[in-house]
Ligand binder design. Structure first.
Ligand code: NDP
Length: 448
């Protein structure tokens, strides 16, 4: 058996060579495979059957043109993506992101992460991701509708409740999901609720899906703190972003007795030492689609900082809930110097590798997105269960299921990290839990 470490390095070099220029994808692969040494040593069959090499190659990648007409009648052209990364555990499952930064490398990084995250939930779902470089910001509802219809006119032939089940992500909320599902229904002549999740609860969506990722992150952080004999109650928190994940993380933090003093968007952040007023924030961001600077205009004792660093605001709990690589090593050191004791990733890969190393070296509780933000996709799987049985569960019942799932994810990651000699290291725990589940299914299916 060749030296495992050398083998991992060779595989990584191949990934970089075969996926040139896809920086975020390289980062995501490296972060996972460099933690797999102990499990590969214990299970030589994974190496023999080239499981890692296979896991790093998406099963399918679809790229398509999305032409549409804006309100002035001008033709616009965007690019659409759907990457089915791995279907060993179930149909491909993962969100769609509409943001100008979207290109194949971002979609592959997210699809790769999603494969492990979905496995960590213990639910029967494979990993996928998709999206477009279209920016819904500043577009009218009619423009967003025409874009979504054009996007689905190609995507529909690649998805289905047993094949691939998309959902929302950055820039894709209830409005976009509605337009996408409406076009799917029209083209296919099927009311196939289970083909997409994140639907409005009035027509097949799950209660709690909107809240699930944010609530789930907070439940995960609560478990990490409990494992250290601490509690979330009374803690001062900073949450980056002010989108779906951030808003509901803030809501749950507040419900558990913590105080959120800062949040942001891509232009700047607000610092409100008395605590962010959630009703104001929700109205501005959800109902009126306005900017975070408008919050400070309405709450004069809050300060708006344009293009500032939200992580300079002192806190004990930090939840990065905006986007990838938003918290670097310097920000991590500032947080640590200010007394931060727990970090939970609401966004996907928001902390850079240097930031992760700083948190781990300091020994604080650090929950990687694969585990900490898995509550969203877990609730999507609950939505699929409800759709398959044509049932609709109550908010309370669904939230109880979500809470149980987050506790189980925490326990599995915590126990697995200890089993492989890294107690308290949730990166190792989550990567090995996810990898083993996918790898065992792939072994059982043979070379496919
Ligand atoms: P939203 O579009 O609802 O919100 C995104 C928020 O992040 C906005 O406040 C946005 O500000 C900010 N943001 C986006 N890009 C940047 C950037 N480059 N720099 C600074 N701020 C930025 O998305 P979600 O809340 O759904 O997703 C946030 C993160 O959580 C993403 O990483 C996503 O992949 C991850 N995630 C989401 C899940 C879900 O259920 N929605 C599930 C699991 C993970 P602005 O309005 O200015 O763009």
């Amino acid at each position: 058996m060749p030296d495992i470490q050398a083998r991992i390095e060779t595989i990584f070099e191949q990934v970089v060579r075969r996926n040139a220029g896809e920086r975020e994808f390289h980062q995501a692969v490296k972060e996972v495979i460099e933690t797999l040494g102990p499990v590969l040593r214990a299970h030589p069959e994974y190496t023999e059957h080239k499981i890692i090499e296979r896991i790093c190659e998406p099963e399918r990648q679809i790229i398509f043109r999305v032409p549409w007409q804006d309100d002035r009648g001008e033709v616009q052209i965007h690019r659409g993506f759907r990457v089915g990364f791995n279907s060993a555990l179930g149909p491909y499952k993962g969100g769609l992101r509409f943001h100008p930064s979207v290109y194949l490398g971002i979609v592959k990084f997210l699809g790769f992460e999603q494969t492990f995250k979905n496995a960590v939930t213990g639910m029967p779902i494979g990993g996928a991701k998709g999206g477009s470089d279209f920016d819904p910001k500043g577009r009218s509802d009619a423009e967003v509708m025409r874009f979504c219809q054009s996007f689905m006119t190609e995507l529909y032939r690649h998805i289905g409740e047993f094949t691939d089940v998309p959902a929302g992500d950055i820039g894709v909320g209830a409005r976009e999901i509605g337009f996408l599902f409406g076009q799917y229904k029209r083209i296919t002549n099927r009311y196939e609720s289970g083909v997409i999740t994140g639907k409005d609860p009035r027509w097949g969506g799950s209660l709690v899906r909107r809240e699930a990722t944010g609530y789930g992150v907070v439940y995960f952080v609560e478990e990490m703190l409990k494992a250290r004999g601490e509690s979330i109650e009374g803690k001062t928190c900073v949450v980056s972003g002010s989108g779906n994940v951030a808003i509901y993380a803030m809501e749950k933090l507040e419900a558990l007795g913590a105080q959120v003093v800062a949040c942001s968007d891509s232009n700047g952040f607000v610092h409100h030492p008395r605590g962010i007023h959630l009703a104001t924030l929700k109205r501005l961001k959800e109902a009126e689609r306005r900017r975070i600077r408008d919050y400070a205009a309405e709450r004069p004792d809050a300060k708006y900082v344009e293009a500032g660093r939200i992580w300079d605001v002192p806190c004990q709990v930090a939840l990065p809930c905006a986007t990838e690589n938003e918290l670097d090593e310097r920000a991590a050191r500032t947080l640590l110097a200010n007394g931060c004791v727990a970090v939970g990733e609401g966004a996907n890969m928001p902390v850079t590798p240097g930031g992760v190393r700083a948190f781990q070296a300091a020994g604080i509780a650090y929950g990687p997105g694969k585990a900490a933000n898995a509550g969203g996709v877990a609730t999507s799987a609950l939505e699929m269960q409800q759709n398959a049985s044509r049932d609709a569960w109550t908010f309370e019942y669904t939230e109880r299921r979500l809470h149980e799932i987050m506790r189980r994810i925490h326990r599995d990651c915590h126990e697995t990290a200890a089993e492989f000699g890294c107690p308290g290291n949730y990166v190792v725990g989550a990567n090995i839990v996810g990898f083993r589940r996918v790898a065992d299914a792939m072994l059982a299916f043979g070379v496919v």
